[in-house]
Unconditional design. Structure first.
Length: 289
C-alpha cells in the first residue's frame, strides 16, 4: 500500500510519524474520511473545504493549498490502483515539545491512506441496526466545537465501548441537555408522518457531508425536511430512523433501547433514500485520474 506523507508517496512500512507529534501526544490535529466509487471521489470539494475549516478553527496553519490537497488525495487513490474504497486524510499539528503549546510545533504533517472500510457488517444494511442510548454525552459546543473534525475522538470511543458492551453496534449520544446529538460516527435522521428530521448541528452533531446529501435528496424525493432538537421520545415514536456517514453510508435503524421503531423493520422511505444515495454516489464525483 502506498501512503502519501508530507508530499511523497511512500511504502506503508516507511510511513512514519514522530512520537513527539502533537497529533499523537494530544489528539491535536484534524482529519477527513472520504469515499470513492468507480474511480471517482464523492463530494471531494466539500470534504477538503471542511478540512480547511477544521484546521482554521483550531489555528492549524495548512502548509498545502486547497488544490494541492485535492491533487494529493487523487494521487493516493490512483497510486493504489483502487476503484472503490475509503480515504483517510489526516493533518497533525506536527513535532513539538512535551508541553501543550501548539505554537512550539513548527510544521504540520499530512498523510493520506486509501483503503477499504467496513463500518458495519453487510447484513445490517438489509435488516437494520439495533442501537442503544449511551451514558457518555457529547461535549457542549462551548467545550469542543462539533463542526471541527478533530483527532480527539475519545468521547466517541467511550460511547462505542458502551455500545459494544451492550451488544449493540452503535450508540445514540445525547448532549448535556438530553437532546439527541448523533451516533459515534454517524448523523441521525428520523421520519415521522412523512417529514424527515435531523438534530441541529448546535445540539452537538458533526455537520456531516452525507447528512447534507440526504437533505438534498429529500428535496428531490419530495420529502419535507426539518432540523430540530430531538429527544429519545422522538426516536421511540418515529416511523423510521436511519444513520448517515461517509464510512457508514446510509443504514437503517430498527430499534432504540430495545423499543421497536415503526414496525421494527427498515422503513420504506429509508429504502428510497438508500437507493437514491447509492445512485448519486455511484454516478458522480471527481475522477482520480
Ligand atoms: N458524526 C461523527 C462523529 C463522525 O465521525 C462522522 C464521520 N465523519 C459523521 C458524523 C458523518 O459525517 P460525514 O457524512 O461527513 O462522513
Amino acid at each position: 500500500m502506498k501512503i502519501w506523507l508530507d508530499g511523497q508517496l511512500v511504502d506503508e512500512s516507511e510511513a512514519k510519524i514522530s512520537v513527539f507529534d502533537h497529533g499523537l501526544l494530544y489528539g491535536d490535529g484534524v482529519f477527513e474520511g472520504l469515499r470513492f466509487y468507480n474511480g471517482r471521489i464523492f463530494r471531494l470539494e466539500e470534504h477538503i473545504t471542511r478540512l480547511f475549516d477544521s484546521a482554521r478553527a483550531i489555528v492549524l496553519p495548512m502548509p498545502w493549498t486547497y488544490e494541492e490537497v485535492i491533487k494529493a488525495t487523487c494521487e493516493t487513490v490512483a497510486a493504489n490502483g483502487l476503484q472503490n474504497g475509503y480515504i483517510r486524510l489526516v493533518v497533525t499539528r506536527g513535532v513539538g515539545e512535551l508541553g501543550l503549546n501548539p505554537y512550539a510545533c513548527k510544521t504540520p504533517s499530512m498523510f493520506i491512506i486509501a483503503a477499504g472500510i467496513k463500518l458495519y457488517p453487510e447484513e445490517y444494511y438489509q435488516k437494520g441496526l439495533a442501537v442503544i442510548t449511551c451514558a457518555t454525552r457529547r461535549p457542549a459546543p462551548g467545550a469542543l466545537m462539533p463542526q471541527v473534525k478533530s483527532l480527539n475522538y475519545l468521547n466517541n470511543i467511550m460511547a462505542k465501548v458502551e455500545a459494544i458492551q451492550a451488544n449493540a453496534l452503535e450508540a445514540v449520544m445525547l448532549n448535556e441537555q438530553g437532546y439527541v446529538a448523533e451516533c459515534t460516527g454517524d448523523n441521525l435522521f428520523l421520519l415521522k408522518n412523512g417529514t424527515l428530521y435531523s438534530p441541529l448541528i448546535s445540539d452537538g452533531a458533526l455537520d456531516g457531508i452525507t447528512r447534507a446529501v440526504i437533505i438534498e435528496l429529500a428535496a428531490k424525493l419530495g420529502v419535507p425536511f426539518q432540523e430540530k432538537s430531538l429527544t429519545r421520545y422522538d426516536i421511540y415514536t418515529a416511523d423510521e430512523c436511519f444513520l448517515t456517514g461517509t464510512a457508514a453510508e446510509v443504514i437503517p435503524v430498527v430499534s432504540l433501547d430495545q423499543r421497536k421503531i415503526g414496525d421494527g423493520t427498515p422503513g420504506e422511505i429509508t429504502g428510497r433514500f438508500l437507493k437514491a444515495f447509492h445512485e448519486l454516489a455511484g454516478s458522480t464525483g471527481t475522477p482520480v485520474a
